[in-house]
Write a protein that binds this ligand. Structure first.
Ligand code: XMP
Length: 513
C-alpha cells in the first residue's frame, strides 16, 4: 500500500486514482494522521499538494514519524515545501502564483524518480516555491521558472517535485508515479478487480460469519447491484436484496431489475410495489426538498416493514445492512479540510441503522466508480446495467416539477424513454454521463393536425462530466434534437413543446429540482 497524506489539494484523490491504474493499492488519509495509529505498514508515502503556505499559522504538518517508517517519501507541491520546511530551509512565497503548463528539464545524472523520462510538459499550480536546497538534497529537475522543480535527497529515498504528476496535463506524470511506487517503493502491482473479488468475498464471509444474515436495498444502479452480487457470492441466500418499486423509476426498470438480479444473477430478491404509498405521501407537496424528505421517509418505512417480514430459516436475526458506499464518499470524509474538519454522514442510511440496529457492511468502499463497473463486468452483470446512467434516489419525483401525480410521472417517464431510446440508437449513450427528461408544469399552446393543443412542456437534459461536481451540456446534432422533439410531441400525450437545457453546472445543477 502507498499511503497518500492529504494536505487539502483538489487533486489529492487523483494520486490514488493514478496509482490504482497501475495496479497499486493506495489509500488516502488526512495529513494529520498519526503514524503510530496506522493500521497498515505502507511501502511508501506521498505528501499531496495543498492550498496553504508551510509558514502560515495553523498550516497543516505531517507527523514526523513518517521519516521513522524508513520507506521512500515523495512530496508533491505543498508536500515538497513540507519536506523542505521540515529539513529547515528555503521556502519562499513566489512573487506570483504559477498556474498552468511548464516544461521540465530532467538533469542527466539519472535520478530513479525521473528514470526514462524526457524533458516534457508538466502542470504547475502553486504559490510558494523552493528558493534554496534543504540540507542533503540536490536538484534533479528544473524549469525556466525554478531551478528546483524536482529535488532528491543525496543518500535517502526522499523526493520532492513542484509540479503535479497526478493530473493528465503532466504528460509523463504516470511514469513518474510508477517510478516512485514500483521502482523505488517496490509496492506490489497486485491491485486488480480479479484479486479484489476473491478478497472481498473472503472479507464478507469473515465479517458476517457462518450463520448471520444480511439485507440490502437494490436500486437497479450499478453500485447496489455489484454489492448485492458480491454478497450472493460470499454468503448465498443468507443475503436478502430488497427492491422497493416506488413508482418513480424509469420505464420498465422494475421488470428489468428483477430480471437481471433475480433470474439472471440468482440473487435472493424481494420486490415490493409501493407506488401508491409513495404517491400518497407526495400528495400536495411541491417543494423539492420536502419531496426528497417524503420519498426518503417512505423508503425507510417500506424497507423496514419488508425487512422485518424476512425471517431467516433458523430463527436467527438479520444483523447486517449492505451499503454500496464508494471510495469517493470515503475520500470526501477523510480529506483534509483545514481546522474545521467535517465528516460527511451517510444520511441516506442513518435512519435505517438507528431504527433497526443493524451493522453496516460496505464491500465497495475502496473502489472508484470505474472499478465498480469493471467488477460488475467480471461478476457477469448485464452490460446494460453496468453502464446505466446514474439515477437519483427520488427518481422521477424530482423530475416532475410541482406536484407529483401518477399522471405526471407517466408523462415524464414516456418522454424520458423516447429521449434515451434515441440516444441509444445514435450510439451516444456511453459518451453522455447522464440524460433525462423532466416535466415542467407550464402550459403551452400548440397545433396538431387541425387541433389546438394546450399542454405541458418537456425539458431535456444531457450532460458530460467526470465527477458530477461540474458538468457541461452535451452538444447534439440539430437533426437529433429535431427527431427527439418530434417523437415526444407525437408519442407522448400531454406534451405540446420540447426544450433542450443548455446550462452548465455551475450555475445550474444537473437535476432541475
Ligand atoms: P445535482 O442536481 O446535485 O446532481 O447537480 C448531481 C448528481 O446527483 C444526482 N442527484 C441525486 N441523487 N438523491 C440521489 O440519490 C438525490 O436527491 C439527488 N439529487 C441529485 C443527480 O442525478 C446527478 O447524478
Amino acid at each position: 500500500t502507498i499511503l497518500v497524506l492529504d494536505f487539502g489539494s483538489q487533486y489529492s484523490h487523483l494520486i490514488v486514482r493514478r496509482l490504482r491504474e497501475i495496479n497499486i493499492y493506495a489509500e488516502m488519509l488526512p495529513c494529520t494522521q498519526k503514524i503510530s495509529e496506522l493500521k497498515f505498514k505502507p511501502a511508501g508515502v506521498i505528501l499531496s499538494g495543498g492550498p496553504y503556505s508551510v509558514y502560515d499559522d495553523g498550516a497543516p504538518h505531517a507527523d514526523l514519524a513518517i521519516f521513522d517508517l524508513n520507506v521512500p517519501i515523495l512530496g508533491i507541491c505543498y508536500g515538497m515545501q513540507e519536506i523542505a520546511w521540515i529539513n529547515g530551509k528555503g521556502v519562499s512565497r513566489g512573487e506570483k502564483r504559477e498556474y498552468g503548463p511548464a516544461n521540465i528539464n530532467v538533469k542527466s545524472n539519472s535520478c530513479p524518480l525521473f528514470e526514462g523520462m524526457d524533458n516534457s510538459r508538466v502542470w504547475m499550480s502553486h504559490h510558494d516555491k523552493l528558493t534554496e536546497l534543504p540540507e542533503g538534497f540536490e536538484a534533479v529537475a528544473t524549469t525556466g521558472n525554478t531551478p528546483f522543480a524536482g529535488i532528491a535527497h543525496k543518500s535517502k529515498p526522499i523526493y520532492g517535485i513542484q509540479f503535479h504528476p497526478e493530473v493528465t496535463h503532466t504528460v509523463q506524470g504516470k511514469r513518474l508515479l510508477s517510478n516512485f511506487a514500483v521502482n523505488i517503493c517496490h509496492a506490489p502491482q497486485n491491485w486488480t478487480m480479479e484479486n479484489f473479488i476473491e478478497n472481498a468475498i473472503k472479507r464478507i464471509r469473515a465479517t458476517v460469519g457462518p450463520t448471520a444474515e444480511a439485507i440490502g436495498a437494490v436500486s437497479g444502479g450499478v453500485d447496489s447491484s455489484v454489492a448485492a452480487k458480491l454478497m450472493k457470492e460470499a454468503i448465498g441466500d443468507r443475503f436478502h436484496a430488497i427492491f422497493v418499486d416506488n413508482g418513480l423509476m424509469r420505464k420498465n426498470e422494475a421488470v428489468q431489475v428483477k430480471k437481471a438480479l433475480d433470474d439472471g444473477l440468482g440473487i435472493n430478491l424481494v420486490v415490493v410495489n409501493a407506488e401508491d404509498e409513495f404517491l400518497d405521501n407526495l400528495k400536495g407537496i411541491t417543494d423539492p426538498e420536502k419531496k426528497r424528505k417524503a420519498i426518503g421517509y417512505t423508503f425507510i418505512h417500506v424497507f423496514e416493514r419488508v425487512a422485518k417480514s424476512i425471517k431467516p430459516k433458523d430463527g436467527s436475526n438479520i444483523e447486517y445492512l449492505l451499503q454500496g458506499t464508494l471510495y469517493p464518499d470515503v475520500i470526501e470524509s477523510v480529506s483534509f479540510k483545514g481546522p474545521s474538519q467535517t465528516i460527511k454522514s451517510h444520511h441516506n442510511v442513518g435512519g435505517l441503522i438507528d431504527n433497526m440496529q443493524l451493522k453496516l457492511i460496505e464491500p465497495l468502499r475502496e473502489l472508484f466508480k470505474d472499478e465498480v463497473r469493471h467488477l460488475g463486468e467480471l461478476l457477469g452483470l448485464p452490460e446494460d446495467l453496468v453502464w446505466r446512467h446514474p439515477f437519483p434516489g427520488p427518481g422521477i419525483g424530482i423530475r416532475v416539477l410541482g406536484e407529483v401525480t401518477k399522471k405526471q410521472v407517466e408523462i415524464a417517464r414516456e418522454a424520458d424513454y423516447v429521449f434515451i431510446d434515441e440516444i441509444r440508437k445514435a450510439g451516444l449513450y456511453r459518451q453522455i454521463s447522464q440524460a433525462f427528461a423532466c416535466l415542467l408544469p407550464v402550459r403551452s399552446v400548440g397545433v396538431m393536425g387541425d387541433q389546438r393543443m394546450y399542454e405541458q412542456v418537456i425539458a431535456l437534459r444531457a450532460i458530460e462530466t467526470v465527477d458530477f461536481m461540474t458538468a457541461d451540456w452535451f452538444v447534439f446534432d440539430a437533426s437529433f434534437l429535431k427527431r427527439v422533439a418530434s417523437r415526444i410531441v407525437n408519442e407522448v400525450i400531454g406534451v405540446s413543446r420540447v426544450t433542450y437545457d443548455i446550462t452548465s453546472k455551475p450555475p445550474a445543477t444537473v437535476e432541475w429540482e
